[in-house]
Design a protein around this ligand. Structure first.
Ligand SMILES: NC(=O)c1ccc[n+]([C@@H]2O[C@H](COP(=O)([O-])OP(=O)(O)OC[C@H]3O[C@@H](n4cnc5c(N)ncnc54)[C@H](O)[C@@H]3O)[C@@H](O)[C@H]2O)c1
Ligand SMILES: O=C(O)C[C@H](O)C(=O)O
Length: 304
């Protein structure tokens, strides 16, 4: 098995480290900066004897090295700084996505592509169009991260283990994301039975702002530990064909009444990528929120 990661920055390199520690595939990191992927890959490889993994981790600036990848993860692009929205990254990152996808098409044409670069739903849409692959083989990571954040805040509030919280966040990876308290459970108990509406609303708001909260602390970039954890889990689900069900950004073709847009919805992840969209029954209010989120993503799509 082989996974290539385009962009050897914070998310890319941390993902490489997590995948190496899972010991499931050789990892190639590619970046435009000379020496950066090579140096980070050597560093990760030299941890293998201590950590006990056998996979190869290499760095390169040459797309020929991604040939025969099972999965290509795209983290190349700029990250936001305080005061910026993810949409402010669009003009620069869309050019990068176009160039990266052209190279993936040339050098690793059959691979599954996972977009990570922001603004996520718009770059995923662009990747879907540029790659011209079977639906589900090109998708974006976002909802698993947002759900993980929601679950973290819920566990802290209730004072329970995060392992017992199963949270669900749909919609675009932006201010219009749609956390679903009604589809969030704690050991099978629906969240609204354990917390009052005002507390849930506060946690929802913190989840929506979670990326910006970290940007505000870091000042020079954005989150990468939790994002890389989500990317690694989804990569493992593909390589091991585990059929995990998580929210991810996929091209919608009528599901949830939405067409020709990428948006976070629950999907089954297996060897075919995002193999199946799972349609939840939504209230009128939740449906409206999802539609508003789709409209926001469409505004970004109209600029590419
Ligand atoms: N989907 C999500 O939930 C999520 C989470 C975290 C970060 N992100 C996004 O992921 C992207 C990367 O974040 P980061 O923190 O790793 O940023 P970073 O600045 O640490 O790393 C980005 C890397 O991309 C490289 N790069 C730039 N142009 C390239 C090109 N044309 N080809 C190959 N590599 C290129 C840079 O040299 C750099 O090493 C950002 O757009 C960020 O907003 C998304
Ligand atoms: O907030 C960002 O810009 C990065 C990422 O989308 C996140 O949610 O952490």
């Amino acid at each position: 098995m082989k996974v290539s990661i385009i962009g050897a920055g914070n998310v890319g390199a941390t993902t490489a480290q997590r995948l190496a520690e899972l010991d499931i595939a050789d990892v190639v990191m590619l970046d435009v900066v000379e020496g950066l992927p090579q140096g980070k890959a050597l560093d990760i490889a030299q941890a293998a004897p201590v950590m006990g993994y056998d996979v190869d981790v290499t760095g390169t600036n040459d797309y020929r090295d991604i040939a025969d990848s099972d999965i290509v993860i795209v983290t190349a692009g700029i990250a936001r700084k305080p005061g910026m929205d993810r949409d402010d990254l669009l003009a620069i990152n869309i050019k990068i996505i176009r160039e990266v996808c052209a190279n993936i098409r040339e050098h690793a044409p059959g691979s599954i592509v996972m977009a990570v670069t922001n603004p996520l739903d718009v770059t995923t849409y662009a990747a879907v169009k540029y790659m011209q692959q079977e639906r589900g083989r090109v998708f974006g990571m976002s909802g698993l991260l947002d759900s993980s954040r929601f679950a973290t805040f819920i566990a802290k509030e209730i004072g329970c283990s995060v392992k017992d919280v199963d949270a669900m966040v749909l919609g675009g990876h932006g201010d219009s994301m749609v956390p679903l308290p009604e589809y969030t459970t704690i050991s099978g108990i629906p969240l609204p039975q354990l917390l009052d509406r005002k507390t849930i609303d506060r946690l929802v708001q913190r989840t929506v702002n979670a990326g910006a909260e970290i940007v505000g602390h870091l000042k020079t970039g954005s989150a990468f530990y939790a994002p890389s954890a989500a990317v690694a889990m989804m990569t493992e689900a593909i390589l091991k064909d585990t059929k995990r069900i998580v929210p991810a950004s996929v091209y919608l073709d009528g599901e949830y009444g939405l067409r020709d847009v990428c948006l976070g919805v629950p999907v089954r992840i297996g060897k075919g990528g995002a193999e199946k969209v799972i349609e939840l029954e939504l209230t009128a209010e939740q449906e409206q929120a999802l539609k508003r989120s789709a409209d926001e993503v469409r505004q970004g799509i109209s600029k590419i």
